[in-house]
Ligand binder design. Structure first.
Ligand code: ACO
Length: 433
């Protein structure tokens, strides 16, 4: 049965259709609001705005549920691989064995980066942030690998090419930034092992592959693979809505992810923990500062626009932390600070009342550190993981006949009609006054 909402505005009653999602979520379809009434809706930050219909990811922030194509994140983290999860997100179904094999083969075949692209890297200043480099490189890919959107097979190859090359480009950025020889991808290694090898193998010390760390990286990337309409995904959709090429839309997503309130939070958490350690701040002092409205200190890795309970990814990441630290036989003092902060925040009235719980970034930095990933590369790691989600969302938008170019409206609060005064007259007037 169709549902409607009634709105009385300026004494006039209008009827607006209600859209119901497959999990029962409800939205009032306001597309006819302005034509009928002249009013628009006002929702800065879009916290209450559904911008699209999507069949990719379901999350329930109150219950702490996250599912990709209906499959709970806990099951994927336990049993799937990053490549299989990427296939699921982009195509909408789990692959057959043959499909998984051919995907893996293509990912390996496509992994070398065009030699001319190496020149770009070499001309970046030494301390350039790898997120800036990655975003520029992905945008540059359009010039090297044009995409043919009319051919489905070619587009499927474009998606895989992106997933394959982003990993090579990320590892290259790191190697060049530390002045080491670039390690080329190896056809005998799987997606995650190849990345670790490209990052850490060197002429001096060959990299010793560890299956537990490879598994940990798979889980890390699975947890980051999609998160419905977050800031960077929205950037991909908004930029893509202008019908720009996919590389440019993804490049916009990488830039959006870079911010400390979004994907940059994993790096910000480590900086915060390091600062707490260096300054000898107590847990109580941190909590007090985070609660002080006059102080811009926030507990990084805490809070989420949608989750009002423990982020389900954070739970898995916390468990991974213990596994990885045990494996690399490392005791990280930052982990103790993180645990104490978490315990104090979870028992604090301010954090309880505002529903502020650890998000995925709270423990992910510690996992990455233990794996040997430098802090500057943390958000790049997030970007590699999020790529299948961005692609799936871009694709869904591209083929959706209901989608239009994104063009929000505004409530204008500037000057009302004003006269232009020529500069001579302005000077004359100001000298008189
Ligand atoms: N520490 C202290 N107080 C906080 C925190 C925090 N981490 N997060 C939110 N609050 C407080 C705010 O000060 C605000 O208080 P007020 O109501 O008195 O003004 C209230 O909680 C609501 O916060 P908003 O910023 O309005 O919530 P919003 O949904 O806009 O922001 C966000 C969510 C950006 C994630 C925020 O919680 C935050 O800045 N967290 C720290 C950064 C972080 O961890 N980001 C990663 C998010 S996960 C991801 O992108 C992968």
């Amino acid at each position: 049965m169709e549902e409607f909402a009634k709105l009385i505005i300026d004494g006039k009653e209008i009827t607006l259709p209600v859209i119901v999602g497959s999990e029962g979520e409800r939205a009032i379809d306001i597309r006819s609001l302005r034509p009928q009434t002249g009013y628009i809706t006002f929702d800065p930050g879009y916290g209450n705005t559904g911008a699209c219909k999507s069949a990719i990811t379901y999350m329930d922030g109150e219950k702490g549920i996250l599912r990709y194509r209906g499959i709970p994140i806990e099951q994927l983290a336990k049993s799937s691989t990053f490549v299989e999860t990427a296939f699921l997100l982009i195509t909408g179904k789990l692959p057959t064995r043959d499909e998984l094999t051919s995907t893996s083969v293509y990912l390996n075949d496509a992994s070398p980066v065009h030699e001319s692209m190496k020149a770009f890297y070499q001309n970046y200043p030494p301390k350039a942030h790898p997120m800036g480099i990655l975003s520029a490189m992905v945008n540059a890919m359009r010039s090297f690998y044009p995409e043919l959107i009319d051919l489905e097979e070619e587009m499927n190859n474009t998606y895989l090419r992106l997933i394959s090359k982003i990993r090579t480009m990320a590892a290259m950025a790191y190697k060049i930034s530390i002045g080491q020889r670039v390690i080329y991808p190896r056809p005998d290694l799987c997606y995650c092992s190849n990345f670790l090898n490209m990052m850490f193998d060197s002429a001096v010390v060959p990299y010793r592959m560890d299956n537990d760390l490879v598994r940990a990286l798979n889980v890390f990337w699975i947890l980051h693979a999609d998160h419905e309409q977050n800031c960077s995904t929205t950037a991909v959709r908004v930029v893509g809505s202008g019908k720009v090429n996919i590389y440019s839309a993804i490049s916009a997503g990488i830039s959006a992810l870079w911010g400390p309130l979004h994907g940059g939070a994993n790096q910000a958490v480590i900086h915060m923990l390091e600062r707490i350690r260096k300054d000898g701040m107590s847990v109580e002092q941190c909590i007090a500062r985070a609660k002080d409205a006059e102080d811009d200190f926030r507990l990084m890795g805490f809070g989420h626009r949608v989750y009002k309970t423990y982020d389900p990814r954070a739970k898995i990441m916390k468990e991974m932390c213990d596994i990885v630290l045990k494996k690399v036989k490392c005791k990280d003092p930052l982990l103790d600070i993180a645990r104490n902060l978490e315990e104090a925040a979870l028992n604090d009235t301010y954090f309880k009342e505002k529903n502020l719980y650890p998000n995925v970034d709270f423990y992910s930095g510690i996992v990455l550190r233990a794996m040997g990933i430098p802090t500057d590369m943390f958000t790049v790691m997030f970007a590699i993981g999020r790529l299948p989600g961005w692609i799936a969302q871009w694709k869904e938008d591209w083929i959706d006949p209901e989608m239009k170019i994104c063009r929000p409206r505004q409530i204008y609060t500037g000057n009302i009609l004003n006269e232009y005064v020529p500069i001579d007259q302005r000077e004359e007037e100001s000298s008189v006054s």
